[in-house]
Ligand binder design. Structure first.
Ligand SMILES: [Zn+2]
Ligand SMILES: [Zn+2]
Length: 167
C-alpha cells in the first residue's frame, strides 16, 4: 500500500470512529494523525511536536497526548516503552517488524525476519484471534560493542605500561 493510501485509510478509520461516537471532527486530530504517518519508524512526542510546529500547527501537550491515546485505542499507533524512553510508531499496514534494543545506549532498530513471521503465523493461539505481534530482542549494538572493546584495550594497555615500568 502506498503512503498516501495508508494515510487515506487511517483518516477514514478516525473519521468513522468520530462519527459513530458523535465526537467533534477537529482538524487538529487529523493533522496529528497525518504527522504520525509522515514520521517513519519510532518517534517521541517531542519529535512529533516539532514536526507539527514546522507545519505551523501548534498543539498543547495535553491535546497531543489525548490524540495519541485515541490512536492507540484505534490501533493506529503503538506505544513502546523502550529503555528510559517512551516512543510511538504508526502501525497501520506497517508490517510486523522485530525491535533490536541496545541495552547500553538504548538505540532501537527494526528488522524483518521471514522465519519469525512464519513461526508466529503457524503458532496456534488458544481461544484467541491474533492481530499482530511485537517482539523485542535485547543486546548490544555494534557501536557500543566497539567502544566497550576500545575501553577494554585501553585498560589492558595501562596495565601493560605499569608492568613495563616496574621491570
Ligand atoms: Zn548501543
Ligand atoms: Zn517498531
Amino acid at each position: 500500500m502506498s503512503k498516501e493510501n495508508v494515510k487515506k485509510k487511517v483518516r477514514e478509520i478516525l473519521n468513522s470512529y468520530l462519527e459513530i461516537n458523535n465526537h467533534r471532527k477537529t482538524t487538529e486530530r487529523f493533522a496529528i494523525l497525518d504527522a504520525v504517518y509522515d514520521l517513519t519508524g519510532h518517534f517521541t512526542l517531542d519529535e512529533l511536536e516539532k514536526l507539527l510546529e514546522s507545519q505551523n500547527f501548534r498543539v498543547s501537550r495535553a491535546t497531543l497526548y489525548n490524540a495519541m491515546k485515541l490512536f492507540i485505542e484505534l490501533r493506529l499507533v503503538v506505544r513502546h516503552r523502550f529503555i528510559g524512553q517512551t516512543k510511538y510508531e504508526a502501525c497501520y499496514a506497517n508490517g510486523d517488524h522485530i525491535h533490536q534494543i541496545c541495552t547500553v545506549c538504548g538505540t532501537v532498530t527494526g528488522i524483518y525476519s521471514e522465519e519469525i513471521l512464519h513461526a508466529i503465523e503457524e503458532t496456534k493461539c488458544k481461544r484467541f484471534r491474533k492481530d499482530g505481534f511485537s517482539l523485542y530482542i535485547y543486546g548490544v549494538c555494534s557501536s557500543c560493542q566497539a567502544s566497550i572493546s576500545r575501553q577494554r584495550n585501553k585498560l589492558k594497555q595501562q596495565k601493560q605500561n605499569k608492568t613495563d615500568e616496574n621491570r
